[in-house]
Design a protein around this ligand. Structure first.
Ligand code: GN1
Ligand code: MG
Length: 373
């Protein structure tokens, strides 16, 4: 579905170079609306920009959020420059609005921001080879390393309790009790699946409270399609979608990557028999991630890698199901049962991970041995 946008107004809101040739909507995420603006300069160059409408229903504090994004992108720009990388391609950069603010509020109250377009790259909607997933892992591992010395206290929580699975579980139970859409009856089995796993929800938070897991600056939405891959080398060169960069656990990022990328089926596959955890892809990601970030991880972070994959999958499934029962107010959906279909793939994946937990743990242990961690 294309959204109506006021291009004329946006042309005045930001500084673009050249004559506008094209506006194309990109359909990658479930939350924001993203467009590519193409301009032609007088000397014939093609100039592209990424213009994005922030979903302010989901992100209530756009100023705090853009403050995070400005800080984090400036920090990464500096790091990339230090190692002699290409600052135009290896990190995002915010182009401020003409009034100097990092965002623009249009006449209808919609919030917009403008980023550099990362040339000669593509995103992937599913893992096509172990190598691609290995490269994604290295990119997220490197991202974590680049932000390791970023001051955590300077970050606003853009969505409070985003990966607090205990509070997610409470929200879920409330959604079932309120049953705003009247749909709870159509998802009895799925609701039971979640309720039976309550005790999993507190495992990581208990370890955090006990001081066994460190709080870090994390991405918190490490879907495969949030990495841009170089068209020639297939290296993951830039991590995008920085709206949820906040203090968190490294395990949230690892687990969410596995949830999306090591699934043998799409997140919204209707045929549940196609869903399973690919141990090959799990191994590839674990190798890439530990190679990039392993030496800076603490023992308990490594111990929980396999479990975090299951937990993040359960959490996401619970959010999809909660949204279905709430009447689809959060995630974009293409048809009425979309969130129900999505939660079913997540729960099928959780069930398969439960069967394969010992294999996953062994893969982590073997990788650590190989890398001398
Ligand atoms: C959303 O925007 P997108 O599609 O990258 C969501 C994630 C979910 C994901 C599920 C802010 O990510 O938390 O894991 O959908 N982002 C937000 O596909 O809620
Ligand atoms: Mg995204």
């Amino acid at each position: 579905m294309e959204n109506k946008i006021n291009v004329e107004e946006l042309l005045k809101a930001f500084v673009f170079e050249g004559e506008l040739e094209n506006v194309i909507q990109l359909h990658d995420g479930h939350i924001n609306n993203t467009y590519r603006f193409d301009f032609r300069t007088e000397d014939g160059r093609l100039n592209r920009y990424l213009v994005q409408e922030l979903n302010t229903y989901v992100f209530k504090d756009h100023e705090g959020l853009m403050n995070n994004v400005m800080g984090v992108t400036a920090h990464m720009q500096k790091k990339v420059a230090e190692y002699g990388g290409d600052t135009g391609r290896e990190c995002l950069c915010v182009y401020p609005a003409t009034d100097g603010k990092p965002f623009y509020i249009d006449g209808e109250g919609r919030c917009w921001r403008c980023y550099n377009f990362i040339y000669d790259t593509h995103s992937c909607q599913c893992v096509d080879s172990a190598e691609t997933f290995y490269n994604a892992a290295k990119a997220f591992g490197k991202f974590q390393q680049m932000l390791a010395d970023y001051p955590i206290d300077g970050l606003t929580e853009t969505i409070p309790n985003f990966h607090n699975t205990v509070s997610r579980f409470a929200d879920f139970k409330k959604a079932v009790a309120d049953n705003l859409s009247g749909r709870a009856d159509t998802a009895k089995e799925e609701i039971e699946f979640v309720l039976a796993r309550e005790k999993d929800c507190s495992v990581l938070l208990d370890l955090l409270d006990a001081g066994k897991l460190p709080l870090r600056v994390t991405h918190n939405d490490t879907k495969l399609n949030n990495v841009m891959f170089d068209n020639e080398t297939n290296e993951g060169i830039c991590v995008v979608d920085l709206d949820t960069v906040m203090p968190g656990l490294s395990l949230y990022d690892f687990g969410d990557s596995i949830r999306f990328g090591a699934n043998t089926a799409a997140e919204d596959e209707k045929d549940i028999s196609k869903v399973s955890l690919s141990l090959e892809f799990f191994k590839a990601y674990t190798e890439g991630y530990l190679a990039a970030a392993g030496k800076s991880l603490e023992k308990e972070e490594i111990n929980q890698l396999a479990f975090s994959s299951k937990l993040m999958t359960l959490e996401c499934g619970m959010r999809f199901l909660g949204d279905y029962i709430n009447g689809d107010t959060y995630f974009k959906t293409a048809y009425p049962e979309h969130n129900l279909v999505r939660c079913r793939t997540q729960f099928a994946l959780v069930a398969d991970m439960e069967k394969k937990m010992a294999d996953m743990e062994k893969i982590v242990a073997d990788c650590c041995k190989e890398l001398g961690i």
